[in-house]
Every structure is written in C-alpha cells, then in structure tokens.
Design a protein around this ligand. Sequence first.
Ligand SMILES: N[C@@H](CCC(=O)N[C@@H](CS)C(=O)NCC(=O)O)C(=O)O
Length: 212
Amino acid sequence: MKLYGYFRSSAAYRVRIALNLKKLSYDYLPINLRQGEQHAAPYRALNAQELVPLLCDDRGAFTQSLAILEYLEERYPEPALLPDAPQARARVRAIALSIACEIHPLDNLRVLQYLTQTLGVGEEAKNACYRHWIDLGLSALEAQLRHDPATGPFCHGAAPTLADICLVPQLANARRLPMPLDAYPTLRGIEAACLALPAFAAAAPQRQPDAV
Ligand SMILES: N[C@@H](CCC(=O)N[C@@H](CS)C(=O)NCC(=O)O)C(=O)O
C-alpha cells in the first residue's frame, strides 16, 4: 500500500492511525502542501481533488479519508473500528462526521489561503475565524460526550473507533494554531487515552519522515 500524505494533514493522520491500528504496512509518500505539490501535475494526475490523503493498493486509488477508513474496515475487519450494534455505529460515525464535515473543512489550508490571499483578510482575523469554527465544533462535541454513558475512555466505550481517529488529529490541529483546550476536558481525556496507544503515537505528525 502507498499512502500519499503530509505530516501536518489531519485527514492523512486519520488514515495513518487506522493503518497502524490494523497493523497494515505501507509506504509513505509525502506531498508538501506548503509548497503546493498537491496542485502540481504529477499528483494531480493521481488525485484530481488536489488533496491528501490518497491511498493506493492492489484494488485501486482511494480518496477521502473517511471513505478510506471504511474501505480498510471492510477489507481488514480486525481490530474493528466500528462497534457492532447499528445504533452504536451511527453514534461513532456521527462523532467522526461532526469533526470531518463540520470542523475540518473550515480550517483547511486552501480555505485559509483564500481568506488571506484572495479576500485580503489579515492574519489575526484569519486565526480568529479558524479558532471560532474549531471552538464551536469541539464545544458541541464536549457537551455531547461528557454526560453520555456510551462514552468511555474512548469516544465510544473501551476501544478506539473512527470517532477517536478523527478526534486526535483535530485536537493536534487546534494545538498547533494555537488555541486553549481547557474547555474540553472530556476530549482531552480521550486524546490522552488514544496517545497512550502505540498506533496513535506512531501516527503523530512529528513522527513522520517529512516533519520539519
Ligand atoms: N474531506 C477530505 C479532506 C482532505 C483535505 O482537506 N486534505 C487537506 C490536508 S488535511 C489538503 O490536502 N489540503 C490541501 C489544500 O488545502 O490545498 C478527506 O477527509 O480526505
């Protein structure tokens, strides 16, 4: 398997975690987003969306991190990253989507670049916007998880799921901004439980070969 990614990409980070949890080995091919390699012809020929991650294997080339996670789950079911019961699977997917659809797209590089380079928004206003959407999303998630009996050491019970795989990279992204995370004690507790696992720790941005 080949994973095209970038050390700081939270979407690629999700896939790295899943590959590690499932003990699947892969070649990591860095695409430098800061230098615009996602827009250059060689990568564009592989992924017309000009985004990472891209996972290639013997069956094809796959884009969109959540689709990739579901593909890995279906093809390599152990260890499971979704619980068994339909209602539990819906809960896990809803948490993952609340991050992947409601938070992450608003803090993507191209959105931030559009604010500053096209709309002429200043650095301070850009970061205020960035923090606003992360805080809105994480506050809702904190409120949702804090008193829900289905929450365990992880977002759902006692084992990591797709929800944790989305949460940990989003918190890393928020820290890098930086923004305070004091208001999300439940999320930080879950993050600590995840990062204690080698599969999560090895997927961290600073552990990747293209980290600077
Ligand atoms: N929904 C996509 C998002 C992918 C995405 O936004 N990737 C970012 C890095 S986290 C990217 O490649 N950005 C390049 C850019 O903004 O130019 C997924 O989950 O895979």
